[in-house]
Each structure stands twice: as structure tokens, then as C-alpha cells.
Design a binder for this molecule. Structure first.
Ligand code: FES
Length: 278
């Protein structure tokens, strides 16, 4: 029954991840039949009333189930965290994003100047911004020819300098991670996520202003597979368990991203970077 509820997107608390020992998944069977393994978590009286542990009940027929308030998510937790000021998480940090955007205007190719598109972009970055010794992501190279011609050789290049030197590299080199048509320097955003056991909190940052402009929060959907980390680790040992937990946290993150974009009207394509801690 617990699995059926999860599949249907209905939350029932399941602190022990469905092993039958916590008793947080109690529900009242109002109509229909289940086959239940009774544990000491269920009193005689509860059993008589039709209360069952969802994780210990096999569904035999169509059911009408009442989920008592103790078996639902505790809404108080999330409303308390919503009051955190958007800038609070960034307090004390110096604004110094690892990303930069550079607008380049390039001369179109001619018979005398027939260098490749990539060399043309790198040459533009060197002449206009004195940038050199850069690496370029393959995705960027792949879209260059069409993008440069469609945008009449005006484009915005996003570079990333990681805080840590990549393994095996001699030194940190700026890396071109994106190129966009036209001048998009005014639209320059990043996402920061904190993945907690109970809640996932995200901030949308305007990298031009150095400010968090929106904050979103939601319950970590992994909660339905266990309330604490140990139970979730145990759940990962089950066949397909790891994948389910991964999909649950991705769904939560995507939901929070949606909240942030809806709140601000920022388009997804202008999110240049995302940092996740957990
Ligand atoms: S007893 Fe059912 S989830 Fe713990």
C-alpha cells in the first residue's frame, strides 16, 4: 500500500523506509481489503478500528484510505524555513562568481581572413578582452557555425574559472562553457542549492548585481523512502532503490527551479551555472 501511494504521488510518512519498525505509516482503511502483517506497532484497538501500517499491507481490492494527520508531512517545518531572508545564506561572502560573460563582435570571414570559426572567437576574446590560453567545451564548438552566422557575428561568450585546479592540469585555465547569440550580458543568472535531508532550498542569483533575487524551498521527495539518511542508504541497497532516490531529489530540484523562474520571470536559458551542496 505504501508503494502504491508513492506511485500515485500521495505522501505517507515512512521513517524506517518501509521495514515495519517505526509505525509512522499508519492509515485507516475505510473501504476495501488489505492483507496485513501485524506488528507490535499496531495496538489491538487500532487494528479493530481498521488502522494498518501502509508498508505492511498488501492491496487486495480497490481501497478508500484515510491518512491521519500524524502520517502526513509536518507542514510547520517548511513554513518556518520559508522565512529565511533571500540574502541570508550569502552573508559574509565576497561576491566573486567563477563565471564571466564577454560580448564579442567578430569580422565575418573573407578570402583574406579565412580562419576557422573557433579561432575567430578566440581571437576576438584576445583582442577585445586580453583573454588567452582558454579551453572550449565541445558543445560550444558544435553550435558555433550556425550560431555565429545567425547572429551576424555578434555573440556572448560565457567562461568559467573553477576554484580548484582540475586534476592533471598544470594550472587553472578559463573554460568557454557557453556561447549565445547577440548581447546577453544583462541576463546573467546562477542557481545555488542546498540539499537537506528534509528540505531542499534553492536561490536564484543575479550575477550582475551580486544578489539573491528569489528563494524557493520544498520537501526533499526522498523523504517518502525514509526520513533519515541511514534509512535512505539502506533503501539504496534494494533493487532500483538508488535510481529512485536520485530521481526523487532531481524532481525536487526541478520543482524548486520552476518556483524560482515563475517568481522572477527569468528564462531557464539564462541560467549560466548551478552549484549544489548536500
Ligand atoms: S512502519 Fe511502515 S514505514 Fe515504518
Amino acid at each position: 500500500l505504501l508503494q502504491a501511494a508513492i506511485d500515485a504521488g500521495v505522501h505517507i510518512n515512512a521513517s524506517c523506509g518501509g521495514t515495519g519498525v517505526c509505525g509512522t505509516c499508519k492509515v485507516l482503511i475505510e473501504k476495501g481489503k488489505v492483507e496485513t502483517t501485524r506488528t507490535e506497532k499496531l495496538s489491538e484497538e487500532e487494528y479493530e478500528q481498521g488502522v494498518r501500517q501502509a508498508c505492511q499491507s498488501r492491496v487486495i481490492s480497490d481501497l478508500t484510505v484515510y491518512i491521519p494527520v500524524e502520517s502526513r508531512l509536518e507542514k510547520a517545518i517548511i513554513s518556518r524555513e520559508e522565512k529565511v531572508a533571500p540574502e541570508a545564506l550569502a552573508t559574509g561572502w565576497r561576491f566573486n562568481p567563477p563565471l564571466s560573460k564577454f560580448f564579442v563582435e567578430l569580422p565575418p570571414p573573407t578570402l583574406k581572413d579565412n580562419t576557422s570559426d573557433l579561432s575567430r572567437v578566440l581571437r576576438g576574446l584576445k583582442h577585445q578582452y586580453h583573454l588567452s590560453n582558454m579551453t572550449v567545451d565541445f558543445d560550444v564548438v558544435r553550435k558555433l557555425p550556425q550560431l555565429l552566422r545567425d547572429s551576424h557575428w555578434k555573440a556572448t561568450v560565457t567562461t568559467l574559472v573553477t576554484a580548484v585546479k582540475p586534476r592533471g592540469a598544470e594550472k587553472r585555465r578559463p573554460r568557454v562553457i557557453n556561447i549565445e547569440p547577440g548581447d546577453t550580458r544583462g541576463k546573467y543568472y546562477s542557481l545555488a542549492f542546498d540539499i537537506g535531508t528534509t528540505t531542499v532550498c534553492g536561490q536564484l542569483l543575479d550575477l550582475n548585481r551580486g544578489k539573491a533575487i528569489a528563494q524557493g524551498i520544498d520537501y526533499n521527495e526522498q523523504i517518502k523512502y525514509g526520513e533519515d539518511v541511514i534509512t535512505r542508504i539502506a533503501y539504496c541497497q534494494k533493487p532500483g532503490g538508488l535510481k529512485k532516490l536520485q530521481q526523487a531529489v532531481i524532481a525536487t530540484i526541478n520543482g524548486v527551479i520552476n518556483q524560482l523562474l515563475t517568481q522572477t520571470g527569468v528564462e531557464l536559458k539564462y541560467i549560466a551555472h548551478i552549484v549544489v551542496a548536500g
